[in-house]
Design a protein around this ligand. Structure first.
Ligand code: NAD
Length: 484
């Protein structure tokens, strides 16, 4: 059922920051899985490049440990792991100095795709871009992959874009947002644009509101001081939730082509209204369950950074005028769950005398756990006793539909890295999109900073601050339960 695996072209992929957390948890295990699936050609090479003084064997050992830790046991094939490791090398490099660059150059081969994954702090992006060029390692066909955070405001995002643009064209730059690599997110586009069913209803006339939720159960312990410099708005809303909102709200692109899709997303961001202060709720989790609260975890008792945010926004265009989009995301909440819920309006007139039990149609797109979609429909309650209505889900969970093959759905990182090798930028953010999202977020952040707003405390394991419930109640609506 899962589509054939089409191998990509042979490549040399350099992972700057190859010994880091992201490389160990996501990038390297993901590449192994693509190798196992037959998508990474045998004549491809992966080169770790980081500060640690390691040789090839030392890095291969680290990669083997990462596979052992982060790849499910049933996917650990001894022969395949060995063959994969044979394609892994390492160069000790200093992004800010001269050491290692000649060695890296000597490792690169001609006539293969060259890709450079910047899995390092953004402060090093400029140094890496400059050295890749001055040492003649990158050419006009090379690609670079950059990780979030892409700036912390419009000015810093512009500066990052400018520094990359000095050495790379926009078509060479892949800004990763792993939410866009999720199967369901892409399916959202398929559901919208490959079926006639929803499109006529996909507008303010028929859609009451949209809820986008990204809830986490973990707190920021261990990296609180780092997180405290950003907060939920910068860390999640400006990028991940904004991208999801764009995919729901955008007009049909003329073609499933990178710039056509990204042009339409950009138009959505530009049509967003400023968010009113009363439509924003920020929170910090309190201590509980034997764990410290946010203020302890961030090591600053006076911190005003939010670990939770809920807000209501409006898109001022013909399609969406009048339909609010409610976004919320937070740490230490009841369950780990990400979903988009599109609530349709009531039928204009009920022909049933007893409308008891009547509920709205809701299309729920689950990103995690259990990627899939659910359409809540009204039917007649079975049996005699007149016409009573009940709501049932039309469930389209990938795990059920695909059976054992669901295991083979690549994780978001795997898919996105293969897209980089293929040269397909559709699922990556363009520079102007990122800047437009910051242009929207900046005044919101500046507003609460100027007012000196303090986030409201919320209990760990709850669904967020009380005021967030009120944000919906005021409008006669309710948040969906956060369920894992
Ligand atoms: P990390 O601190 O675990 O690793 C950093 C890596 O950069 C190490 O390999 C280190 O050797 C290398 N490095 C640091 N300074 C260097 C220099 N001067 N020259 C060469 N190499 C140098 O960081 P991480 O968690 O792996 O994150 C990497 C990037 O990915 C960051 O931009 C981060 O914001 C982003 N990111 C990480 C995650 C995650 O889950 N870890 C998620 C999303 C985005």
């Amino acid at each position: 059922m899962v589509s054939r695996v089409i191998p990509v072209d042979p490549f040399d992929l350099v992972i700057f920051g190859g010994t880091g957390d992201l490389a160990r948890r996501k990038i390297l295990p993901g590449l192994y899985r693509r190798f196992l699936a037959g998508q990474m050609p045998a004549d491809s090479r992966i080169i770790g490049a980081a500060r640690a003084e390691l040789d090839d064997a030392g890095f291969q050992k680290m990669v083997a440990e990462a596979i052992a830790e982060f790849v499910p046991a049933e996917r650990q094939d001894k022969a395949a792991i060995k063959a994969f490791l044979d394609r892994v090398g390492y160069v000790s490099i200093d992004a800010k100095g001269t050491g290692g660059w000649d060695a890296l150059k000597s490792r690169m081969r001609e006539n293969v795709v060259r890709a450079f994954y910047f899995s390092v702090a953004p402060a090093l992006f400029g140094d890496l871009a400059e050295r890749l060029h001055s040492h003649g390692i990158a050419d006009a066909w090379s690609r670079i992959v950059v990780e979030k955070p892409f700036g912390r405001d419009l000015a810093s995002a512009k500066a990052l874009n400018a520094v990359l643009a000095e050495h790379f064209d926009e078509h060479q730059i892949y800004r990763i947002d792993h939410y866009l690599g999720k199967e369901t997110v892409q399916n959202l586009m398929a559901v919208r644009f490959a079926n006639i069913l929803f499109e006529p209803l996909w507008k303010a006339e028929y859609i009451d509101h949209v809820q986008i939720t990204v809830a986490e159960t973990v707190g920021v312990e261990g990296r609180g001081a780092y997180y405290d410099k950003s907060g939920a708005m910068r860390d999640m809303v400006q990028n991940h939730l904004m991208q999801l909102l764009c995919l729901i709200a955008m007009e049909p692109p003329y073609h499933f082509d990178p710039d056509a899709v990204r042009d339409e997303k950009l138009k959505v961001i530009r049509a967003l209204d400023a968010v009113k202060p009363e439509d924003i709720v920020r929170g910090q989790y309190l201590a509980g369950g034997g764990q410290g609260g946010y203020l302890e975890h961030c090591e600053d008792p006076n911190s005003r950074t939010e670990s939770y945010i809920a807000l209501k926004c409006h898109i001022s265009n013909w399609r969406w005028k009048g339909t609010p989009f409610y976004l919320r995301t937070g740490k230490r909440l009841r369950s780990r769950a990400s979903e988009i819920a599109i609530t349709f309006k009531e039928p204009p007139h009920s022909i049933f005398d007893d409308a008891k039990g009547w509920r709205e149609n809701v299309l729920v797109i689950r990103l995690q756990p259990n990627e899939g979609m659910n359409l809540m429909m009204m039917i007649k309650e079975p049996g005699p006793g007149g016409m009573r209505l009940m709501q049932v889900p039309l469930d389209m969970s990938f795990a059920d539909a695909l059976g054992a093959d669901a295991e083979d759905i690549p994780d978001a990182y795997e898919r996105l890295i293969m897209d980089v090798i293929r040269g397909n930028q559709t699922l990556f953010m363009r520079g102007d999109e990122v800047e437009a999202a910051w242009a929207w977020a900046d005044p919101i952040i500046a507003g609460w900073e100027a007012r000196g707003d303090r986030p409201q405390g919320y209990d760990p394991g709850s669904s967020g601050p009380e005021d967030a419930l009120m944000l919906m109640h005021r409008d006669g609506r309710r948040w969906r339960e956060i369920k894992g």
